[in-house]
Design a protein around this ligand. Structure first.
Ligand code: TA6
Length: 299
């Protein structure tokens, strides 16, 4: 009897996978694996610390000196800045969202191989300083990384005024070989010059000293060209009219205990949100969504 021909090997395309594990500081985290990329997300701050496409360098910078502990911000990745940006009497710098353990509500592999993970900010004492609200965070991992911060004002009468920002730390090959475009003609507050109001005149921003700028009334995308890594990163956004560009350079780097002295050479923050005069005034019952899509391509 003729030997039956072996069945052709079934090519297993495992839709996205999610693995739970103890991360640094034994903080619980998820690892998301798709056919294009891997990502790491801590429940602490619903903090995406890692995103890497198969054939590229990591997209996000994470400091080797970062702390990983209750009540401490993680230095790198994508901190969620909410409900305030910067310092505020009696509240933690940049708000409390990045310091809280978020609840994992759902993770859903999609037929196209993407994975979506949804988190919810639990109630906390600090929130009582604001009208009642809910905050959800949705992370979608595929060949790019998409983040959505969804805030609903659940009060009956009160307007909820807040700031939000996805404080993205991008990994770069060498900061002096980077140029940032998409902000020409936009007004900004220069924190390095005591918040002096200025206008972006050059086509592209180059970094050769401390830069800490809040660009206002700008809904457009930003592109980061990295000559050392031969990569272009695109930061697209919706529901955001502020863009913050930050590099601490030498001096500030030495002052930050959770940041390596030389690490300023390998990171650049391009942050998307609504801060200072662009803050959100959310009427009762309404919802605001801040959406950011990070994508990259080899040059
Ligand atoms: O977004 C830029 C900025 O506001 C800088 O002024 C700098 O303080 C940075 O954020 C980091 O803030 P952090 O509280 O994380 O040390």
């Amino acid at each position: 009897m003729a030997k039956s021909k072996p069945e052709p090997e079934q090519k297993h395309i495992t839709p996205g996978r999610v693995a739970f594990m103890d991360g640094r500081g034994e903080l619980p985290m998820l690892e998301v694996i798709t056919e294009w990329s891997t990502a790491g997300i801590y429940l602490h701050g619903a903090h995406v610390t890692h995103f890497k496409k198969k054939d590229e360098a990591p997209l996000l910078f994470l400091s080797q000196c970062s702390r990983f502990g209750q009540g401490e911000p993680i230095r790198g990745g994508i901190p969620i800045i909410f409900p305030l940006f910067g310092p505020r009497e009696g509240l933690p710098q940049h708000g409390f969202a990045r310091l809280k353990t978020w609840e994992l509500k759902e993770f859903a592999p999609a037929p196209d191989g993407s994975v979506t993970v949804r988190f919810c900010l639990p109630d906390c004492p600090e929130a009582s300083a604001f009208p009642p609200f809910t905050a959800e965070y949705i992370v979608t991992v595929n060949a790019s990384l998409t983040l959505q911060l969804v805030v609903t004002n659940t009060s009956r009468e009160e307007t909820f005024n807040f700031e939000n920002c996805l404080h993205t730390y991008l990994e770069v090959g060498d900061i002096v070989g980077v140029s940032i475009s998409g902000l020409k003609g936009v007004s900004y507050l220069d924190k390095v010059s005591n918040f002096a109001q200025k206008v972006q005149t050059e086509d592209a921003i180059r970094i050769a000293s401390e830069v800490d700028r809040i660009y206002l009334n700008t809904p457009g995308a930003v592109e980061v060209l990295d000559s050392r890594l031969g990569r272009k990163i695109r930061v697209e956004k919706h529901g955001s009219v502020s863009t913050v560009v930050w590099n601490p350079w030498v001096g500030k780097a030495q002052q930050m205990p959770d940041f390596g002295n030389e690490e300023y050479q390998r990171m650049l923050c391009v942050e998307s949100g609504n801060v200072t005069s662009n803050l959100i005034r959310l009427p009762p019952g309404e919802t605001s969504t801040l959406k950011v899509k990070l994508s990259s391509e080899r040059q």
